[in-house]
Design a protein around this ligand. Structure first.
Ligand code: HMG
Ligand code: MG
Length: 298
């Protein structure tokens, strides 16, 4: 019943670093991404072309994309909120772009300064232009279980936004559990609703691990046929426009669990841990993952 192979999409350089208070040198980001490229990952979200005033941590997105060493077979993706962001990403030849919005009004407004209805035409134009430029497009829906402003979010709200994004032509939709409050029973209800309409091959799950439920939610998703998961090395991450959001599920903890379950990821756990150690040194603090704790103790 479980899949034999899973794709892990590393979002640490974007979702992880967007949430770090300290300034990180472009060179350090580039070195980290280059080390991620040697782990067997097939997908790395390297930065975002949002407004630098909103996310100063990623203001150097263009330089990062220019300076990283690109390996064949790896998709180097970037987040874009609008046409201006898309133009910047295309200039730097990002392999794939991701558009993003929320299933709840409160988070959408706080994160991208627009209502949900105002967001659709902006994203539709981005998807159209990106496709014309020959790029694949990923869509993110945030707050798929709960919103830090509006409370619980119902599956039909998520489906409504998902419908619109797929109609625009996104190739894959990543469902963001932004604040990490969800539990497997809620994931089941959400996926039951979405899988009635969309194939599991076009859905990815993006769990933050604020309350330690991310791996349980991933197991539930696996049982329901999902084979693509977002994670961040060292459990880095969070959304500055979502109160209480903390790190993504840690890539190394996810790799460990999947491999022990007999599910292939193509990623070398030791190489991933070494890469986590590299960014740990850059950040000057211990990363919070079980695998890193064990690695440090050994
Ligand atoms: P706005 O202020 O409403 O933008 O921000 P605007 O369209 O009114 O433009 C205002 C000014 O910004 C203009 O400049 C634009 O040119 C400039 P001016 O004419 O005043 O000099 N501008 C830009 N500059 C550079 N790059 C751009 C850009 N766009 C406009 N792309 C906007 C609207 C969406 C831009 C802003 O709200 C924004 O950048 N938000 C990004 C917030 C963000 O990055 N959040 C974190 C990522 S989402 C996330 O973490 C969730 C996820 O992980 C899934 C999950 O966990 O749920 C994906
Ligand atoms: Mg996120």
């Amino acid at each position: 019943k479980l899949p034999k192979k899973v794709t892990i999409k590393e979002v640490g350089p974007r979702d992880g670093l967007q949430n770090e208070k300290q300034l990180i040198l472009t060179e350090d980001k580039v070195n980290w991404i280059n080390s991620l490229s040697e782990t067997g990952l097939s997908y790395i979200e390297v930065s975002s072309f949002v407004h630098p005033k909103w996310i100063p941590q990623l203001a150097d997105a263009a330089d990062v994309l220019r300076k990283i060493k690109r390996n064949q077979g790896i998709t180097y993706a970037a987040l874009v909120p609008n046409i201006k962001g898309l133009d910047r990403a295309l200039e730097m030849n990002a392999d794939e772009v991701s558009v993003f919005m929320s299933a709840s009004e409160g988070h959408n407004l706080s994160n991208i300064n627009k209502t949900i209805d105002e967001t659709y035409p902006v994203l539709a134009e981005v998807v159209r232009e990106a496709k014309m430029a020959g790029k694949t497009v990923r869509g993110y829906v945030s707050t798929v279980i709960a919103c830090p402003y509006d409370g619980l979010v119902e599956p039909h709200q998520v489906k409504k936004v998902a419908d619109r994004l797929f109609a625009m032509g996104v190739d894959e939709l990543s469902l963001g559990e932004t604040i990490g409050v969800g539990v497997p029973t809620q994931v089941e209800r959400l996926l039951e609703e979405l899988l009635r309409e969309f194939p599991s091959s076009q859905l990815a799950m993006h769990f933050h691990d604020t309350r330690g439920t991310a791996l349980a939610n991933i197991v539930k998703s696996l049982e329901m046929g999902i084979t693509t998961f977002d994670s961040a090395l060292g459990g880095l991450g969070g959304c500055p426009y979502a109160k209480g959001a903390s790190g993504n599920v840690a890539t190394e903890d996810l790799i460990y669990m999947l491999h022990e379950m007999g599910i292939e990821t193509g990623i070398d756990l030791d190489a991933a841990l070494k890469s986590a150690q590299l960014i740990e040194r850059t950040l000057g603090k211990e990363l919070k993952s079980r695998q890193m704790e064990i690695f440090r103790a050994e």
